[in-house]
Design a protein around this ligand. Structure first.
Ligand SMILES: [Zn+2]
Length: 239
């Protein structure tokens, strides 16, 4: 799920997430990055039902929960506290303990802090494992540098360099999540298997002109190949 930028410091955080409603606006922006769209009638205007954490379609009255399918669903803890917990967790590299979280947030019960941390940690692992989707830039390269004078698969001779495939989500002018893999060669079956492992079907994959990528449409990806002028001294992998 593409997320709007998360605040980088405490002042930004306070300004952005001061109220339950502001937190819900953020969740809505995560759910509908292009603006609200009713799942039933595709209408684009909605009323906010803040106490229920739902949005209601202005046309057909269909209600959509902002927290359904997330760790925040049915929580009795205010979203403002959940957002603080997420902020403290992601900004403190040493890792926040349940006890510290309980103190920082002024929670009455230690168990609440422990449960929040536990759920947030699990959600972070899930987000890291979900396949990339949307517009994906895929590039092939060699770690260890291309061997001069060797073209294409002849690069594998002697294994001085390791073939690598990198996939990056394009998020406007920023980049999203990244996956990187070592592979045995740049053949169509090899690169396709790796892309299938890391990228959700239906995504658009942007690549260079490497021949191995040409089979991507057969695996349910939209494929945009961009041909670049070969760089002097660089490996021409399309040969
Ligand atoms: Zn509707």
């Amino acid at each position: 799920m593409p997320r709007p930028p998360f605040p980088r410091n405490v002042r930004e955080f306070q300004r952005q997430f001061a109220t339950e409603e502001a937190c819900q606006q953020y969740l809505a922006a995560c759910r509908w990055p292009e603006g609200f769209r009713c799942p039933r009638c595709a209408h684009q205007r909605a009323y906010t039902l803040v106490t229920h954490r739902r949005w209601e379609c202005a046309a057909c009255r269909h209600q959509v929960s902002l927290t359904a399918g997330t760790i925040l669903h049915n929580t009795k803890t205010p979203l403002t506290l959940w957002f603080w917990a997420a902020y403290l967790m992601t900004t403190d590299k040493r890792g926040v303990s349940a006890l510290l979280l309980q103190r920082q947030l002024g929670l009455r019960r230690y168990e609440t802090a422990w449960m929040m941390l536990h759920k947030l940690r699990r959600a972070m692992v899930n987000a890291a494992r979900e396949p990339l989707y949307g517009d994906i830039e895929v590039d092939d390269t060699w770690i260890g540098g291309p061997q001069p004078g060797l073209r294409g698969s002849r690069q594998l001779k002697g294994r001085h360099a390791v073939p690598i495939l990198v996939a990056v989500e394009k998020r406007g002018d920023r980049s999203g999540r990244v996956r990187m893999s070592v592979l045995s060669d740049f053949k169509g079956t090899t690169v396709t298997a790796l892309i299938q492992q890391h990228v959700a079907p239906g995504s658009t994959v942007y690549t260079d002109g490497l021949a191995g990528f040409a089979v991507l449409p057969k695996a349910n990806f939209r494929h945009v190949a961009r041909t670049q002028p070969s760089q002097p001294g660089g490996a021409d992998l399309s040969s």
